[in-house]
Ligand binder design. Structure first.
Ligand SMILES: [Zn+2]
Length: 213
């Protein structure tokens, strides 16, 4: 799977600014969902680059104080802090919690001076690009509240259904791209066209690979 946003086509400026240290333990994961957060930070200037700097400076004293997420989105750009296939500490459910271990964390900015609507549109474009690239359905996008009950993302929760609908409107199903993904992931070993016929033995092989992937 794509692990850096620079590998995707996203209609907003992308900055890759990866963390080092305890907030990024480089523990490999196989994410299966995307978790949406609001930063809750209204301070002027608390944009995506500012949060990137914060994550670098917020050096924890203990493992329990670790804080990180994969991507911050504001009204001007999208900043990635951690590769998509590594654990981050955003779900509030601990080092071995399903949220931290299986979900890509995205924070949306809400600082004074931020054009929130533009930031949300950037988030919609980002999440749609991720779903399209990963081949994931819309129900893999969850609010932070899904993991711990925390009222986050507080600005989006009252409009959650509409937010998902905005993303869903940008999803495309491309069988040829899916074949490319399956080939890249080692699930299939052929570039046959979407219309090509497979037999039961080939299908069983593919299902077995998916089961053990
Ligand atoms: Zn949150």
């Amino acid at each position: 799977m794509a692990v850096l946003l620079s590998e995707l086509k996203i209609p907003a400026p992308v900055v890759i600014d990866l963390l080092a240290g305890l907030n990024r333990p480089k523990k490999l994961i196989k994410p299966t969902s995307i978790t949406i957060h609001d930063t809750g930070n209204v301070k002027p200037g608390a944009d995506a680059l500012n949060h990137a700097a914060y994550l670098k400076s917020a050096v924890p004293n203990t493992i329990g104080q670790r804080v990180s997420w994969h991507i911050t989105v504001d009204d001007k750009r999208i900043v990635q802090h951690i590769p998509l296939n590594e654990e981050a500490f955003h779900a509030g459910d601990g080092e071995n919690g399903p949220g931290n271990l299986t979900s890509i964390g995205i924070e949306i900015c809400e600082h004074q001076g931020c054009q929130r609507t533009a930031a949300e549109l950037n988030a919609v474009a980002l999440v749609a690009a991720l779903l399209n690239a990963l081949g994931w359905p819309i129900n893999t996008v969850v609010p932070h509240k899904h993991w711990t009950g925390k009222g986050c993302p507080h600005l989006l929760l009252p409009r959650w259904t509409e937010f998902l609908a905005q993303i869903a409107a940008k999803l495309v199903w491309d069988p040829a791209a899916e074949i490319q993904r399956l080939w890249k992931d080692g699930i299939i070993n052929t570039h046959k066209s979407p219309e090509a016929v497979v037999n039961w033995g080939e299908l069983a092989t593919v299902l077995n690979r998916i089961r053990h992937s």
